[in-house]
Ligand binder design. Sequence first.
Ligand code: ALA
Length: 413
Amino acid sequence: MLNVAKIREDFPIFKELPGLIYLDNAATTHKPIQVIEAMREFYSEFNANIHRGLYELSKKATKVYEDAHEKVARFINAYSWDEVIFTKNSTEALNIIAYSLAFKYIKPGDEIVVSVVEHHSNLLPWIKVAEVKNAAVRVVKVNENGHLDYNQLESIVNEKTRIISITHASNVLGAINNIKKIVDIAKKFNALVIIDGAQSVPHLSIDVRDLGIDFLVFSGHKMLGPMGIGVLWGRKQILEELPPVIYGGDMVKNVIINMASDAIISKNIVYNDLPWKFEAGTPNVAAAVGLVEAIRYLNKIGMNNVKEHEKMLLEYTVKLLNETLEDTVNILGPRKIDERVGIISFNIKGIDPHVVASILSLNEIAVRAGFHCAQPLHEFLGFRKGSVRVSFYIYNDRDDVEKFIEVLKQLKR
Ligand code: ALA
């Protein structure tokens, strides 16, 4: 059992807003003082640009930034530190990998497989890439419990499939996909497997070697870290072959251009080693420092305890939702709590989800309403106005759930 009262003491937001019931953790989590302090310390004591100065301050900044790659690598059990590429967030990471694969790997006629539950950021880049490369995107459906249709996946994947890009855990349904099963299907045809871990890395213990995947993306801000830092992890031998998509400083070792008048007549451009090849421009060093602190915080709690805590809250919420709203509530996603991360989306018959969220907000309860950047999933499930989403993290307790349910009770009345 987590000591929620003690954990909450680490989060300044709850001192600032003592009445806040924050149930929108799938959108972003709050930050413990340890993360905020580490970033303050960076800017006050060792702020300098990395890889660019021979002076002590720059060397120090470079060291913490490089170490941050190592710490993230260990957190997900990557093979080596230089497989970890820092991005702005999961969205940017997915876009980078999609365009890089489009530059080198995807050919006309190729197929890219996604699922209907994907967040727009794991759908739109592939639709664009397919358009430009004359390739096709194929979409796997889910059943009534929000489980991926693995039979359909098996029937869709064939020798034309080059990529399967699927979420680990749905940001709407909370449903955890069976990644090993997806990898097994992909490997029959040597397709690459890209996993959107935005909603799984903060909640589950992740081991990229054990999963057998090729790429993983996730965001720092959904796991106690700051906004502005995300991760693209990929297998080194694949990343080494792929071209960068963002060009500029620090991603290149050698830039020689020979000019005649105003024309470039020859050039010799050598890109930098991993991970810098994919990290052009001044990076968000302070955010990397914050992310390391967030990882330290989560490791201290233990990822299995995070999962157990969320499971307890999920069970309690489903029970109270059903008891309170009876057959007027429609809970999306898997019935078995074990198959979810700490997310529950639902609809109350006859009430627009935005109205529910607005009334909750009047009571200082923060949830998200609408499509949650997953409109195709809602259309597929027949929820034309979206859903109300409640999402938990380590500082939520049963009291939060009860206060939220109390408002729904009033709403029902
Ligand atoms: N992707 C985030 C969410 O699901 C913002 O709310």
